[in-house]
Write a protein that binds this ligand. Structure first.
Ligand SMILES: NC(=O)c1ccc[n+]([C@@H]2O[C@H](COP(=O)([O-])OP(=O)(O)OC[C@H]3O[C@@H](n4cnc5c(N)ncnc54)[C@H](OP(=O)(O)O)[C@@H]3O)[C@@H](O)[C@H]2O)c1
Length: 240
């Protein structure tokens, strides 16, 4: 049976590369792309649906546009924020902390993906293995925190990892085939990483296509035992 997949945040660097790989995969029948701005027409294989993950009604109305009996083999959440062109930037120090930054970063990185889980979990396949993957970050690991800083981004990803664990525990009771994971894509060239790429050695700065290929490899090897955990692009488990 051919697969159906959904990518939320398909306009981002990594989300777009994940979509391209899935579209070129003959074992995939349909790719549902969700993003704030729709640029392309639908085809037999590609369906585009608008979503704003900062708005619960938008997420709810997205799933109402799906065929009611559709079940996904993979749901991949590729949304996220580290900075914007205005007032959001990673805090270097305690004095940079503000309610506005914390609220915005938690809204996009934690609350949005959690609500995506709430509305999309019923669309996971139950009769065979299915994966719900969320892009997280290594800096979300408390045990790995050696440098400090980046208060809102770090904490928003730590909280996301806890939500992923919770999903894995609760959904196991009704869908033992569902696997929930957080994924660390490496340092990837994108709008999100742009202000920091000068600090990264050229060979450590991945193209979005390379990262997407590695992440899809990790996903293809996941089993139930991996559910609730966080993995890097090379399959290494990242401790909480
Ligand atoms: N790049 C890295 O080095 C790196 C490292 C570790 C973890 N990550 C994680 O990987 C994920 C993707 O990062 P990226 O590098 O691909 O960044 P990116 O190119 O900036 O993509 C971010 C995506 O999030 C979407 N988004 C933001 N707010 C949204 C909202 N309210 N509703 C719907 N979509 C929204 C953006 O949509 P628009 O196009 O509409 O803005 C875009 O599709 C993030 O979670 C990030 O934390 C990245």
């Amino acid at each position: 049976m051919k697969k159906k997949v959904a990518v939320i945040g398909s306009s981002g660097a990594i989300g777009n590369s994940i979509c391209k790989k899935l579209i070129n995969d003959d074992s995939v029948e349909e790719v549902y792309k969700f993003s704030r701005v729709i640029k392309n027409e639908d085809t037999d294989k590609i369906k585009n649906i608008e979503i704003d993950i900062e708005d619960e009604n938008s997420i709810k109305s997205c799933v109402e546009k799906l065929p009611s009996n559709i079940k996904f083999d993979l749901i991949f959440v590729a949304t996220g924020i580290l900075h914007n062109d205005n007032d959001i930037f990673p805090e270097k120090s305690i004095k940079d902390i503000s309610i506005d930054k914390l609220q915005k970063v938690f809204l996009v990185n934690t609350i949005g993906p959690t609500l995506v889980g709430k509305y999309f979990i019923p669309f996971l396949r139950k009769d065979a293995r299915s994966v719900f993957a969320f892009l997280s970050a290594r800096v979300g690991s408390i045990s790995d925190n050696k440098l400090g800083g980046w208060y809102s981004y770090r904490a928003s990803k730590t909280a996301l990892n806890q939500i992923i664990k919770n999903f894995s525990i609760e959904v196991k009771r009704s869908n033992n085939n569902a696997i929930f994971v957080g994924l660390q894509p490496g340092t990837v060239k994108s709008y999100l990483s742009k202000p920091f790429e000068k600090n990264v050695k050229a060979e450590k700065l991945f193209t979005p296509d390379y990262s997407a290929e590695k992440l899809l490899d990790v996903i293809s090897n996941l089993t139930n035992e991996n559910s609730g955990k966080v993995y890097a692009w090379d399959g290494e488990e990242i401790g909480p």
